[in-house]
Design a protein around this ligand. Sequence first.
Ligand code: GUN
Length: 294
Amino acid sequence: MEILDGKKISNQIKDEIAAEVVKMKEKGEKVPHLAAIIVGNDGASLTYVGSKVRSCKRVGFESTLVQMPSTTSEIELLKKIKELNENTDIDGFIVQLPLPDQIDTQKVIMAIDPDKDVDGFHPTNFGKMALDMSTFIPATPFGILELLERYGVETQGKHTVVIGRSHIVGRPMSILMGRKGFPGNSTVTLTHSRTKNITQITSQADIIISALGVPKFLKAEMVKDDVVIIDVGITRVPDDTKEKGYYITGDVDFEHVSKKASYITPVPGGVGPMTIAMLMKNTLLARERHRSRR
Ligand code: GUN
């Protein structure tokens, strides 16, 4: 069994990006600038956005954090998005999800300029991804592809089972793993909350990508020997014995499943850090695309 070390690979990617930024600076070019909007005080979201901003500093990007109260109206958020769309200093921005109930997430995503949509959530970018056109690939799926590629995990002709059909992970992942090329060329099954007899499906999988958010959902009895496991779940489980009052766990019963797996991502330290590294990569890409503008 080999650990797919997202922490190590994400650091390599950030080093590569930082080297690009140094070159940009030497040439007197503007460095990439990422902005992040967060609405409300959700602890996990604040942690993720904090990491994104810290990573910008680490690679030499400029960053702007826009914090808005949980009572923010849809109109106020749309106005802020318009400002960021029009601000030529900003290469890309994200609106951290989930948003409070009074805000329509689809409307918000539609309002982002596709050229600055470094999350790759806008229908224009999602459509381009599905059509194999050059675009921003959503950071978590992009990070998973990068991890598979850098470890040389064979995907061609393999049966990949994706668990969860979210717009952020499961749905795009199912499209990307079936694309022509590497990583890809997989035969993909997309499973979700209404799937019947999921064990029958997971036990036939060569590769399982789980993005469900149910702690330790995937048990050793549900997988075959030598399976490749990508665990996207990051759930905070309340625990008074921990300093923070919780511990983090994935969708996979790591202790037992890892004994059968050929490759497996840990939680934390697997997919999570890769997501942030690929957001940096998309922001670099956005800057390169905007270079001709100014
Ligand atoms: N919430 C959970 N994952 C993500 C992500 O990749 N981007 C944004 N904007 N929000 C998220």
